[in-house]
Design a protein around this ligand. Structure first.
Ligand code: PHE
Length: 366
């Protein structure tokens, strides 16, 4: 027994003296390893009398556990110490500056859409949506373009393969040529009062400085029992003046034809020519010529369109207008070429885009 006590004292001293993980492991192997001293004593148990074996066996097991526990706690202490030492001596140079991050910008068309949501939201309009892939019925027939009518040729349509799961005009798929198809979808699913705006991509086979095969339109629709052309004029004048931030911007209605409105109009805004050949929106000063440019199409929704959507034209009437968003954006910010909108040139975006955190606010004009 005294052997065991001596061994315990000896091993404990060795463990406490071990000041690195390697020497601690050496102590462990010398005590508990295959040829270790405790292991060797264990092997002598077989030679003992049963009584002796019992007491010595218990004592050896207890010694083994105690030594193992001591090694473990010494190991933890050594690791902690090593970490503290590393933290105290090692340093990281965090003064090196980071690589410059390129900041994105809000595309001018997105900025325009958000400004329009603010302006029309304040007038009580809600945003509606519709699909880019339309069918002949929603894009033309329901909008009072009779089949074979020459007005269908006004827009160079991209036709898609027919959909065999549908019949007639609904099988004839196409990329919508205007957002007026969204009016149809909305009126089919809602009864008046209806007060919506819609933004979306539209497609026409065309390409030059002022035409791209894909562009964006905004559509506005207001249907109720006694909506008149006066509401249309008021709404449009307020909107263009708010959008261009010119309080006395001249607005002119010129009779025009769209199959889905009656009467129909094109709306012009006033500008003057600058000496450098550029243009300036606004009222012409005394003695200068007031010039006009078309900005959108508008009119009172045709009774046939209401009927086609299940709305009683004897009870309801309303107005609609549609506008190209890029055109309005080009005019507002003086961007000369429509095609650049879709070239994804980051230099263009850095110049004409908007800082996401410091954008002009349509509501306050700041
Ligand atoms: N959809 C017409 C176009 O794309 C614009 C328009 C909309 C005209 C609503 C009148 C009423 O040219």
């Amino acid at each position: 027994m005294s052997d065991i006590t001596t061994l315990k004292t000896e091993l404990t001293t060795q463990i406490e003296a071990a000041n690195d993980l390697q020497s601690l492991d050496d102590v462990r192997v010398s005590a508990l390893g295959k040829k270790g001293r405790i292991t060797a004593l264990m092997k002598t148990l077989g030679t003992m009398s049963p009584e002796e074996r019992q007491t010595t066996g218990q004592a050896l097991n207890a010694l083994k556990d105690e030594i193992a526990a001591l090694i473990k706690s010494q190991e933890a202490a050594l690791k902690k110490q090593a970490l503290a030492q590393r933290l105290a001596t090692e340093t990281q140079d965090i003064t090196l500056s980071t690589r410059p991050q390129r900041q994105g910008a809000v595309h001018p068309v997105s900025q325009t859409m958000e400004e329009l949501v603010t302006i029309f939201g304040a007038m009580g309009f809600k945003v509606a949506q519709g699909p880019d892939i339309e069918d002949d019925w929603h894009n033309f027939t329901a909008l009072n373009f009779p089949p074979g009518h020459p007005a269908r040729e006004m827009q160079d349509t991209f036709f898609l393969p027919e959909d065999p799961s549908e019949e007639g005009e609904r099988a004839k798929k196409l990329l919508r040529t205007h957002t007026s198809s969204v009016q149809i979808r909305h009126m089919q699913n809602h009864q008046p009062p209806i007060k919506t705006i819609c933004f979306g991509r539209t497609y026409r086979s065309d390409y030059d400085m002022t035409h791209t095969p894909m562009f964006h339109q905004m559509e506005c629709l207001y249907i109720d029992r006694d909506v008149t052309m006066a509401h249309l004029k008021g709404c449009l004048s307020d909107f263009v003046r708010a959008f261009f931030k010119i309080d006395d911007l001249p607005v002119r209605f010129r009779p025009s034809f769209f199959p889905f409105v009656e009467p129909g109009a094109e709306v012009d805004i006033g500008y003057v020519k600058k000496p450098d050949g550029g243009i300036k929106l606004g009222k012409a000063p005394e003695g200068e010529e007031q010039k006009w440019m078309e900005i959108l199409g508008a009119g009172m929704v045709h009774p046939n369109v209401l009927k086609n959507c299940g709305i009683d034209p004897e009870a309801y009437q309303g107005f609609a207008f549609g506008m190209g968003l890029e055109r309005a954006t080009m005019l507002k910010y003086g961007i000369p070429d429509l095609r650049t909108f879709f070239e994804c040139d980051t230099r263009w975006l850095a110049h004409y885009g908007f800082d996401p955190l410091q954008r002009p606010n349509a509501a306050t004009g700041q």
